[in-house]
Ligand binder design. Structure first.
Ligand code: PEP
Ligand code: MN
Length: 339
């Protein structure tokens, strides 16, 4: 059960309401976000919702049978739009394109990527400064100094930044230099990190866990929302299956399923999803047709020389072509209704 309370509810009204919810056998968690206050009731008893009809201070009340509540479409049918400022959105009915290198490598690289994005009309740049690498001897990113430099150059160019946060202590030091915190596939169930991201007022993009189910991804998003942050984006990036011919198995089934279960925007990462450069465009365009609200992919001036993930990274000519094809495919998708 979710009760959204009115902004002017008094403490006495709230206590009365919580008392009644407890009486029907539900345990309450109070959630305060940037947008509102919610009482999330967890319990199994059957009750008649009209029982709450005469209570004061209620804005909205819903029974949500899913295990996740606040991210469920059963509660909020209107899609959530993520407003990054300056007219940049990630939202249903739109197509956000996010592109950039796997890792931020140097000032020179940041400059050429930004020039490429500007020329291509891409408003959000991806890149890692804290890199989760399978080997401890691999390049692990430029860290916070790299982020500060990147931020300065991106802001000058009017470009937004999405970058991975790996641990709680990084949230604060990154805060002034990010537009979207990315939770990587290896951290999707780092519940301490998710809890803390609930306390910030910046957007968070959560990638699906390497072996994570759709339900688990939604539960991870619920952590952040229930911590107080509604600015959430879900990302399908491929899962590990028995298949070895591709790096991961991009689960495009997840897109319409996530969109039908949740009001949050869904983006797809075809680069990590298939892991093979020449097939990234096909998967990106398929993702657009599957109903995604955005695509995030890797591009680099010389992919063969990239410090990480070069094998799945597009050069700028391929990236410019793909961005154009994403827009064309999206225009086609809009000509017939999905969902
Ligand atoms: C990345 O985006 O570079 C990355 C490491 O992604 P994932 O967490 O999906 O592996
Ligand atoms: Mn990568």
């Amino acid at each position: 059960m979710i009760i959204q309370t009115k902004s002017d509810i008094s403490e006495a009204q709230k206590d009365k309401l919580i008392g009644e919810i407890n009486r029907v056998g539900y345990k309450i968690t109070e959630v305060k976000t940037q947008k509102g206050t919610y009482l999330v009731g967890i319990g199994t008893a059957d009750f008649d919702i009209r029982r709450f009809g005469h209570f004061e201070g209620i804005e909205d009340i819903h029974i949500v049978s899913d295990d996740y509540k606040l991210v469920s479409k059963k509660w909020k049918v209107d899609p959530t739009a993520i407003d990054l400022g300056d007219g940049v959105f990630i939202k249903d009915g739109d197509m956000a394109i996010m592109a950039g290198p796997c890792s931020i490598e140097s000032e020179e690289q940041i400059r050429v990527v930004i020039d490429h994005l500007k020329a291509t009309g891409i408003k959000i740049m991806r890149g890692g400064v804290f890199k989760p690498r399978s080997s401890p001897y691999a390049f692990r990113g430029l860290g916070i100094d790299g982020l500060k430099l990147w931020y300065e150059l991106a802001r000058e160019a009017g470009i937004k930044i999405v970058t991975e946060v790996m641990q709680v202590s990084q949230i604060e030091e990154m805060y002034d230099y990010v537009d979207i915190y990315q939770v990587g596939a290896r951290n999707t169930q780092n519940f301490n990190l998710l809890d803390e991201l609930g306390r910030v007022d910046k957007a968070v993009m959560i990638k699906r866990g390497i072996s994570g189910t759709i339900e688990e991804l939604l539960q991870s998003a619920e952590y952040v929302f229930s911590g107080g942050n509604e600015k959430l984006v879900l990302c399908e990036r491929g899962i590990r299956t028995y298949e070895r011919a591709s790096r991961n198995t991009l689960d495009l089934n997840a897109v319409p399923i996530l969109k039908s279960k949740s009001h949050l925007p869904v983006v797809v990462d075809p680069s990590h999803g298939i892991g093979i450069r020449e097939f990234v465009p096909q998967m990106a365009l398929s993702a657009v047709m599957s109903g995604a609200d955005g695509i995030i992919y890797e591009t680099h001036q010389v992919p063969e020389k990239a410090y990480s993930d070069g094998q799945q990274t597009l050069n700028f000519a391929q990236s410019a072509l793909l961005a154009d094809q994403i827009r064309q495919t999206f225009a086609l998708r809009k000509t017939f209704p999905l969902l």
